[in-house]
Design a protein around this ligand. Structure first.
Ligand code: PAD
Ligand code: ZN
Ligand code: ZN
Length: 376
């Protein structure tokens, strides 16, 4: 029996307030309104950005359904939806692509004005939610909310992908892989033969390493305070790994020593801390060095550093979703994966059912996982 046009009751992991565990409960998911798409989620990865919201570091409205790195199948569409239809395999996009705003129209832009930045509402365009629990609305995360068996997204926030793509792998193209890989190849435009330093060797940092390697970097230095992350970083292309806790000197000085006093050509901050952003900036060459800030720092934080750091020519640049125009690029990235142009398997360390979501976050917080994939 078709569920189109009807409220769907399903399981979702709800967080009632910051720092509290998820509760997997039965919620109601309303049908999609005009230009919206209801998706049956098949698999969703756990990203540190979800944890930043859970910890309260990134501001959001609660109660909330987190999750933004997923793959699923379209269950039904609202009026006026033309780019996807029921049955299509899709990836929800935490960064939309409306195609009309100044960023979408610019060849180098990707930060669509429809994306929720700064003060997120956690609601759909009409100011309401499609999720309710016992009649009370629950907020969404970045218009995606994929820790739910069903979710509703705007048509600008969903991309149709190859029907044969394995959801439990390509879900990573919805955030972690694309963010890291694109930071190297789009935002930094890593040059063949160059030296790179990657601060933070989680799922996103490892994807930066894959991007640096694909771009032909000859030296890739991984930096992390958890040495357990080193073997996988080396497997994916890091030529050496260093732990700041092993040195008395600041890590930027260590990196200068390792590069004959010149500094690296490209540095990437993939942690989400302002002190490591400044350290990454100070680690790159004073003249032509480029530092890409990928990690999401706490909402209220401010960064301070001496202007001398950039006066001589260094570049500091942010990178959201790897600089990709989301709706146009995600289907192509999935095809590239299907053609074995890159691998996602090394990023997946754990697979759990949705009911065990708290275990998945425990693993991330303990530094024991790269990506945990929740299977629905
Ligand atoms: P993760 O927690 O799996 O990895 C972070 C790594 O940093 C871990 O291996 C830590 O051990 C390491 N680390 C922590 N503190 C330090 C330190 N002081 N010095 C060196 N290493 C340290 O996270 P992730 O890979 O899922 O995400 C990384 C960041 O990227 C995080 O801030 C997340 O919110 C952000 C992100 N940004 C975007 C974007 O579009 N810009 C998208 C997705 C994720
Ligand atoms: Zn993410
Ligand atoms: Zn736009």
């Amino acid at each position: 029996m078709s569920t189109a046009g009807k409220v769907i009751k399903c399981k979702a992991a709800v967080v009632w307030e910051p720092k509290k565990p998820f509760s997997v409960v039965e919620i109601e998911v309303a049908p999609p309104k005009a230009h919206e798409v209801r998706i049956k989620i098949l698999a969703s990865g756990i990203c540190r950005s979800d944890d930043h919201v859970l910890s309260g570091a990134i501001k959001a409205n609660f109660p909330i359904i987190l999750g933004h790195e997923a793959a699923g199948v379209v269950e039904s569409v609202g009026e006026g939806v033309t780019s996807v239809k029921p049955g299509d395999k899709v990836i929800p996009l935490f960064l939309p692509q409306c195609g009309e705003c100044s960023s979408c129209r610019h060849p180098r832009g990707n930060t669509c004005k429809k994306s929720e930045r700064g003060e997120p509402t956690g609601l759909m365009d009409d100011g309401t939610s499609r999720f309710t629990y016992e009649g009370k609305p629950i907020h969404n995360l970045a218009g995606t909310s994929t820790f739910s068996e069903y979710t509703v997204v705007h048509e600008d926030s969903v991309a149709k992908i190859d029907a044969s793509a394995p959801a439990e792998k390509v879900c990573l193209i919805g955030c972690g892989f694309s963010t890291g890989y694109g930071a190297a190849i789009n935002s930094a435009k890593v040059r063949p033969g160059s030296t790179c330093a990657v601060f933070g060797l989680g799922g996103v940092g490892l994807s930066v390493i894959m991007g640096c390697k694909a771009a032909g970097a000859s030296r890739i230095i991984g930096v992390d305070i958890n040495k357990d992350k080193f073997p996988k970083a080396k497997e994916l292309g890091a030529t050496e790994c260093i732990n700041p806790l092993d040195y008395k000197k600041p890590i930027n000085e260590v990196l200068f020593d390792l590069t004959d006093g010149g500094g690296v050509e490209y540095s990437f901050e993939v942690i989400g801390r302002t002190d490591t952003m400044v350290a990454a900036l100070a680690s790159c060459h004073m003249n032509y060095g480029k530092c890409i800030a990928v990690g999401v720092p706490p909402s209220a934080s401010e960064m301070s550093f001496s202007p001398a750091l950039i006066f001589t020519g260094r570049t500091l640049k942010g990178s959201l979703f790897g600089g990709w125009k989301s709706k146009a690029s995600v289907p192509r990235l999935v095809s590239d994966f299907m053609q074995k142009k890159f691998t996602l398997d090394p990023l997946i360390t754990h697979t759990l059912p949705l009911e065990k979501i708290n275990e998945g976050f425990d693993l991330l917080q303990a530094g024991k996982s790269i990506r945990t994939i929740l299977i629905f």
